[in-house]
Design a binder for this molecule. Structure first.
Ligand SMILES: Nc1ncnc2c1ncn2[C@@H]1O[C@H](COP(=O)(O)OP(=O)(O)O)[C@@H](O)[C@H]1O
Ligand SMILES: [Mg+2]
Length: 250
C-alpha cells in the first residue's frame, strides 16, 4: 500500500539535547498508525519534528514530496492537521469562534464535524475554557477535521480522560479515520487495539519496534518490555510517571 508519510533517519534536538534519534517509519495512506512508548521517550518530539516545530535533520516525505526543509505553516498548508497533546483551544473564545478560527478550506467540513461531535453543536456559544477536558479534546479534533487534510497527527487525545469519554473519542477517531489517515500517539492499549492497523514503538528517542498492531498486542512479553503493562489488563495503560526512558528501563 502507498504511504502518505515516510520518515527516514529523522533526528531532532530540544535545547541541545537529542530527543529523536535516527527515527524511520512509514504511515499508510489509510487507517490509523499508532505511536507508542513510555512517557518521555520522544513521541511528541517525533510529531513536532515532522511538523518542523523543533529543529530536525533527516528526510520526511508527504505523498512522496519532501517537507523536511519546509517551515511549519507550509507543511500545515500542504494538508497536515495537528491535534496537539495539550489541546490548545482558545479558552477565552466560544466553541464556535474556535471552530471559525481553524477554517482553512473554502468549504469546511461542517457536516462531518457536527455529526461526530453533536455535543459541540449544543455548546457552540459556550466559552471553551469552561468545557471539560474531554469536550476540549473534541473541540481540538473538530478544529483539525474541519479542513480536508492529507494526514492528521493526533497526540495522546485520551490522556487523563474518564473511560466513557475515552470510548467516545475512540468512536470519533474511528469515524474520522475513514476520511483521513491518522498518525496517533496513544498509550491506551484498548484504543490501540480498536483503531490501529500498525504500530511504531519508540524508546529512548529511537524506533524499537514497528509492525502490525495485532502482532504487538498478541505478544505479552513485548508489550511489557516496551510499555511496562499487560496487554490483557482491563483499562491497562502505562504508569503515568515522569520517568525518563533510561530510568524506566528494567
Ligand atoms: N521543552 C522542552 N525542553 C526540554 N526538554 C524537553 C522539552 N520537551 C521535551 N523534552 C524532553 O524530550 C524528551 C522527549 O519528550 P517527549 O517527546 O515529550 O516525550 P513523550 O511524548 O514520549 O512523552 C524527554 O526527555 C523530555 O524531557
Ligand atoms: Mg508526549
Amino acid at each position: 500500500m502507498s504511504a502518505v508519510l515516510e520518515v527516514r533517519n529523522l533526528s531532532a534536538s530540544i535545547a541541545g539535547q537529542q530527543v529523536v534519534e535516527d527515527v524511520s517509519f512509514t504511515v499508510p495512506a489509510t487507517g490509523v498508525t499508532a505511536v507508542l512508548g513510555r512517557n518521555g521517550v520522544g513521541k511528541t518530539s517525533t510529531i513536532k519534528a515532522v511538523l518542523g516545530l523543533i529543529d530536525r535533520t533527516g528526510t520526511v516525505l508527504l505523498d512522496g514530496e519532501p517537507i523536511d526543509r519546509e517551515p511549519t505553516h507550509r507543511i500545515v498548508r500542504r494538508g497536515v492537521g495537528y491535534v496537539p497533546e495539550d489541546r490548545e483551544v482558545f479558552t477565552g473564545l466560544t466553541v464556535e469562534e474556535n471552530l471559525r478560527l481553524a477554517v482553512r478550506d473554502r468549504e469546511p467540513r461542517r457536516d462531518l464535524v457536527e455529526a461526530l461531535f453533536p455535543d459541540l453543536v449544543r455548546r457552540s456559544a459556550q466559552r471553551a475554557g469552561t468545557l471539560s477536558g474531554g469536550q476540549q479534546q473534541m473541540l481540538s479534533m473538530a478544529r483539525a477535521l474541519l479542513n480536508r487534510n492529507r494526514l492528521l497527527l493526533v497526540d495522546e487525545p485520551t490522556k487523563g480522560l474518564a473511560p466513557k469519554i475515552v470510548t467516545e473519542l475512540a468512536v470519533a477517531l474511528e469515524e474520522a479515520a475513514r476520511t483521513v489517515p491518522i498518525l496517533l500517539v496513544e498509550q491506551n492499549l484498548q484504543v490501540i487495539e480498536r483503531l490501529a492497523q500498525d504500530v511504531v514503538v519508540i524508546d529512548g528517542g529511537r524506533v524499537v519496534h514497528a509492525g502490525p498492531a495485532a502482532d504487538l498486542l498478541g505478544d505479552e512479553a513485548a508489550v511489557r518490555r516496551y510499555l511496562g503493562v499487560h496487554a490483557e489488563e482491563p483499562g491497562a495503560a502505562p504508569p503515568r510517571t515522569h520517568r525518563t526512558a533510561e530510568e524506566a528501563r528494567p
